[in-house]
Design a protein around this ligand. Structure first.
Ligand code: MN3
Length: 242
């Protein structure tokens, strides 16, 4: 083999190696769902909520569970251009008006997309306590932070099977506790979600197994109260969507 041919062969080999190693990522990108809905990136590293919520749970929860809701949602609206053009919060608020053939799918996957989009936003913090008018509202409407935690954890523990526990707010800033089965959300009743916690087993099983109350207790350590306060201000200003 001449020097030139040898060099060409080496380059071809290197190129083949590069293609083989690059292809899984390219295949994933090609397989990624396309459509009007997209998976928002995690706003922090998967390990940001350690030790309370492990990085692997965060990666699987965001990259597989939430991604699946988004992919399913895009598939559902593929042949329904009017639904595809609607903002998610309107689809959820008007579920009863959605085409019957995709209504249950929209409820489960649209709810799942909305719930998880909110969920990532309100975590990644260091816990502690709310401040300012949010703290005042927690005291006024929910009996203070300690009572809120006890009631919220109790409601989360009582969800049978899979579901969520939420604190909702209305435009006037009045707070209330709510729990929902599956991927239902108070958005389906025209309410605003201030924050919420996912009590599906996939949210905690790797680290906590069947100990859901321990997960509920630990979760408060990663709440980002500054982010919750931003959502509160947005809800009162009428600009909070999901
Ligand atoms: Mn989940």
């Amino acid at each position: 083999m001449s020097a030139m041919n040898r060099r060409t062969a080496l380059l071809a080999g290197a190129s083949l190696v590069a293609t083989v190693f690059a292809s899984p990522r390219r295949a994933l990108a090609q397989a990624a769902p396309t459509g009007p809905f997209s998976l928002p990136p995690l706003p922090y590293a998967p390990a940001a909520n350690e030790p309370h919520i492990d990085a692997q749970t965060m990666e699987i929860h965001h990259g597989r569970h939430h991604a699946a809701y988004v992919g399913n949602l895009n598939t559902l609206v593929k042949d329904h251009s009017q639904v595809a053009a609607m903002p998610l919060e309107q689809i959820l608020a008007k579920l009863g008006e959605m085409p019957e053939a995709i209504r249950t799918g929209l409820r489960n996957n649209g709810g799942g997309h909305a719930n998880h989009t909110m969920f990532w936003q309100v975590m990644g913090g260091k816990g502690g306590a709310p401040a300012g008018d949010l703290a005042a509202a927690v005291t006024r409407d929910l009996g203070g932070l300690d009572k809120l935690k006890a009631d919220f954890n109790g409601a989360g523990a009582r969800v049978f099977g899979s579901g969520w526990v939420f604190v909702t707010t209305d435009r006037a800033g009045k707070l209330a506790l709510a729990s929902k089965p599956n991927q239902d959300t108070p958005l389906m009743e025209g309410q605003h979600v201030l924050f919420g916690n996912d009590v599906w087993e996939h949210a905690y099983y790797l680290k906590y197994q069947n100990r859901r109350p321990a997960y509920l207790e630990a979760w408060w350590n990663v709440v980002d109260w500054a982010k919750v306060a931003e959502r509160y201000a947005a809800a009162k200003a009428g600009s909070l969507k999901i």
